[in-house]
Ligand binder design. Sequence first.
Ligand code: URA
Length: 241
Amino acid sequence: MERIQKVIANYGYCSRRKAEELLLKGQVRVNSEVIKELGYKVSSKDIIEVEGNIIENQEKEYILLNKPRGVITTTSDDKHRKTVIDLIPSGKRLYPVGRLDYDTTGLLLLTNDGELANLIMHPKNQVEKVYIAKIEGILTGEKIKKLEYGVVIDGIKTGRAKLKVRKIDKKNGTSIVELTIHEGRNHQVKKMFDAVGHAVLKLKRERISFLTLTGINSGEFRYLNPKEVKKLYNELLKSEE
Ligand code: URA
């Protein structure tokens, strides 16, 4: 027996958080009965219906996409803008692990494996996310320390980060920096640089854990192989111990 929101996510319908929302909205039925209780336990014999669809366990799929600029990270958009789902095959219902802004490029994972998505997104698992940012101005040593020890954004201090300056363009007054963080708060990187008085001009996610964009051009994707999925699970579960 498992908690209903975990089963919905593991079956690949949506993220666990989204499943909780749907439960509270009365969009989930178990054996035809509406269930709103988040801790409700189900077994593999129960018939689960979400938003009118009966859901079943699906074969898991993992896609690594090099997201271009001008595409939104949702599964559908009411303004009919292009979404990351438009860039991948339409066979299985996959959803993005975390979010990249409309104007942010780079590495985005998409999967129907709710368990893995949840493990990657949870800050306690300390998964490294590496961003390359072009920022206005040149960071002082003091500001670098601040960013690394944590700055307050939306009233909450960010966790430990690592910052490396890759390049300084004195003529144009800009820098290219590499920031490694372990969380995935909304607009986190932009807000962190804002907090120390530097606007982000361009942003790209270059790495998540050991996964990089090597060989994948902008707008292209590849599937993760079983070895990579196993390695990801091993790393994530190791950090859970
Ligand atoms: N931080 C941001 O500010 N934007 C992103 O897209 C990702 C991280």
